[in-house]
Design a protein around this ligand. Structure first.
Ligand SMILES: [Zn+2]
Ligand SMILES: [Zn+2]
Length: 184
């Protein structure tokens, strides 16, 4: 049995390969691979530097509208159906609350319009996603500190920026398997 090196889930088919210090690694998904790489890289920074980065990100201007913060993660849950196909997703963005509300309102409206038209998942998932987004919409962010999800996303941004910086510094250096995929 092969287990994911990030979340411990048993990998049934394929998985994503990686390596660190010559040791092979297996992950159940690209998300797990990236999470593992982020936490491995984060461990190399002094904790104060990570805290400072997160605090400044939280108190800084919104990366979407350049308006005033606080900046946090605002999840929007949506669903779209077409006959037997229903797809649902959760998309979280780091932004000010106004931008988060706009994104969530769009997810809510599009789910109510396009979520229902699939059987059976459209009928099941539309109320679920609409309720989740409505709950997120009314949840007041803590002005003193970012949510756990917001903190995690900010740390991911920090690691990506660091990798981008390092790659810019040493363009001839060959890619090692421990590096994260290009930012999507
Ligand atoms: Zn996993
Ligand atoms: Zn904004």
């Amino acid at each position: 049995m092969v287990k994911c090196d990030a979340c411990g889930k048993t990998i049934l088919f394929g998985g994503v390969k990686g390596a660190a210090d010559g040791r092979p690694l297996r992950f159940c998904s690209n998300t797990c691979r990236e999470n593992w790489q982020v936490s491995a890289t984060l461990g190399q920074f002094p904790p104060e530097a990570v805290e400072k980065y997160v605090a400044e990100f939280h108190a800084g201007t919104c990366p979407r509208c350049q308006g005033p913060g606080p900046v946090d993660a605002h999840p929007a849950h949506s669903v779209v159906s077409l006959l037997i196909v229903t797809r649902w997703k959760t998309e979280s963005r780091l932004s000010c609350r106004a931008c988060g509300t706009k994104h969530q309102a769009t997810a809510l409206a599009s789910s109510l319009l396009f979520g229902w038209w699939g059987f059976p998942w459209g009928l099941i998932m539309t109320p679920v996603q609409v309720t989740r987004t409505a709950a997120a919409l009314f949840k007041k962010p803590d002005p003193a500190q970012p949510s756990a999800q917001g903190r995690g996303m900010m740390q991911t941004v920090m690691v990506r920026q660091w990798h981008a910086y390092r790659q810019a510094q040493a363009p001839s250096q060959s890619q090692t398997a421990g590096q994260p995929p290009a930012a999507s």
